[in-house]
Design a protein around this ligand. Structure first.
Ligand SMILES: *[C@@H]1O[C@H](CO)[C@@H](O)[C@H](O)[C@H]1NC(C)=O
Ligand SMILES: *[C@@H]1O[C@H](CO)[C@@H](O)[C@H](O)[C@H]1NC(C)=O
Ligand SMILES: *[C@@H]1O[C@H](CO)[C@@H](O)[C@H](O)[C@H]1NC(C)=O
Ligand SMILES: *[C@@H]1O[C@H](CO)[C@@H](O)[C@H](O)[C@H]1NC(C)=O
Length: 393
């Protein structure tokens, strides 16, 4: 087809020469006709496949030809620093290497707590009967916890003090990840606080986390003072403002991502020094920005951009709502287990971002865990546990 048109084109060009030489015909009409033909040919051959021109001028399948076009090469905007090149090599190598399969895959439950865990008995109920499919690690930053159940006894790791919103929080998370990575059977790494409770039963949680390829890291754009407003130009050139993200720290990481977190010192260092309280008159909280920004930069398709831990920010205070015994009813807990849209509260003109929670492409309930609960709710929660955790994957 193309060859025929090109041939016509050559013929027409020749015709122009011949005809204009005769001076007996209105040359401008011939020229005009030829230009129209030329235009149509060019439009046919190079028709932009996404525009209306594609459908007007082309007989080809527009969408099919679109996919045949080679993808544009990504040209780096600037020369990378040595640190970035090293980082890129290490990270892309880890991302390319399929994780080592374990015959006995386990979930590591990482508890970040000041001391004794008020919901230990509830967690014990959750773990009961699933021995060998999980492991527990406790980072107690203030005082040595008193453990009452066998699932928690002897599971304290070396810990250091943790200050709210500071890099010491990220350090504690890294310490927990490192300890848990020592066990090659641990495939998923869930970070929990002392005020977290399980929302589903063990089998549901296990399948939800094990049968997917993404990490559940909360990550969104907040253009307001509590989002990009916390960014410091000192993070340049490695972290640009447009890459700065926010998200709750309560993650569920796949093993590959946990290893990458251990391997990173470049981006970690940027947040350590330039995302902290009272940085140039602003308060930046590393635990809310480091992992969301880092994973959004290095593996955006590998994270779900949402947390699996429910929290209620609807009051828009400094801390999320804490639930009291009076709030705890079967209806309330059932409501939490059935939520299937995520919600992100931003600080830019109080925008609210929401969308469906998907799991391997299908809409599913968002949450496996929830916070924050007062210790006094333990009794009611324990009583209702087997009633509200009745979903199955
Ligand atoms: C995870 O990724 C592997 C390799 O790409 C693929 O074989 C597997 O089907 C994926 N699993 C899920 C649950 O998507
Ligand atoms: C998470 O967000 C990034 C960037 O906004 C996007 O590329 C990615 O597809 C999202 N992940 C999922 C699982 O939707
Ligand atoms: C549960 O959800 C329903 C429907 O959204 C709502 O009407 C009801 O007030 C909720 N109950 C509790 C206890 O939160
Ligand atoms: C919880 O389940 C148990 C046993 O299935 C039942 O006896 C009890 O009434 C239920 N409690 C509530 C509040 O529905």
């Amino acid at each position: 087809m193309k060859a025929t048109h090109v041939w016509h084109l050559q013929l027409n060009v020749k015709d122009i020469v011949v005809m204009s030489g005769s001076r007996k015909r209105p040359v401008w009409i011939i020229l005009l006709v030829n230009f129209v033909i030329l235009f149509l040919i060019v439009a046919y051959v190079y028709s932009p496949t996404t525009s209306a021109a594609c459908f007007i001028f082309s007989s080809k399948d527009c969408t099919l030809t679109f996919h045949k076009q080679p993808p544009a090469l990504k040209v780096p905007a600037r020369e990378l620093t040595d640190g970035e090149t090293i980082s890129q090599v290490v990270i892309s190598e880890i991302l390319r290497t399929p994780p080592v399969e374990s015959n006995n895959p386990k979930i590591a439950f990482l508890f970040l707590t000041p001391g004794t865990l008020p919901f230990e008995a509830l967690w014990a109920k959750f773990f009961q009967g699933h021995e060998g499919r999980f492991s527990v690690y406790v980072h107690a930053s203030r005082e040595k916890p008193v453990h009452k159940t066998r699932y928690f006894k002897g599971r304290d790791i070396h810990s250091e003090s943790v200050a709210w919103g500071q890099i010491s929080m990220v350090d504690a998370e890294r310490r927990l990840l490192a300890q848990a990575l020592l066990d090659p059977d641990n495939q998923q790494f869930v970070l929990l606080s002392e005020s977290c409770i399980p929302l589903q039963n063990f089998d549901y949680v296990y399948n939800y986390l094990m049968l997917t390829n993404v990490s559940f890291i909360d990550c969104f754009v907040d253009l307001g003072p509590h989002g990009s407003g916390r960014y410091s130009e000192h993070m340049m050139p490695e972290v640009e403002k447009k890459d700065f993200r926010k998200g709750s720290q309560w993650f569920a990481l796949k093993r590959q991502h946990a290893i990458i977190t251990m391997a990173d010192s470049l981006y970690y260092t940027k947040f350590r020094y330039y995302c902290k309280p009272n940085m140039e008159g602003r308060n930046c909280y590393a635990d809310e920005h480091y992992l969301p920004t880092f994973f959004n930069m290095i593996d955006p398709g590998g994270i779900a951009n949402r947390s699996v831990t429910y929290v209620d920010w609807s009051e828009r205070r400094w801390h999320p709502k804490s639930f009291k015994p009076v709030d705890i009813t079967l209806e309330f807990l059932k409501n939490l287990t059935s939520i299937d849209d995520f919600i992100h509260f931003t600080s830019d003109s109080k925008r609210v971002l929401t969308g469906p929670c998907t799991w391997n492409g299908i809409k599913r309930p968002c949450y496996l865990f929830a916070r924050k609960f007062y210790p006094e709710t333990l009794e009611k929660l324990t009583l209702l546990f087997s009633n509200y955790t009745t979903l199955s994957v």
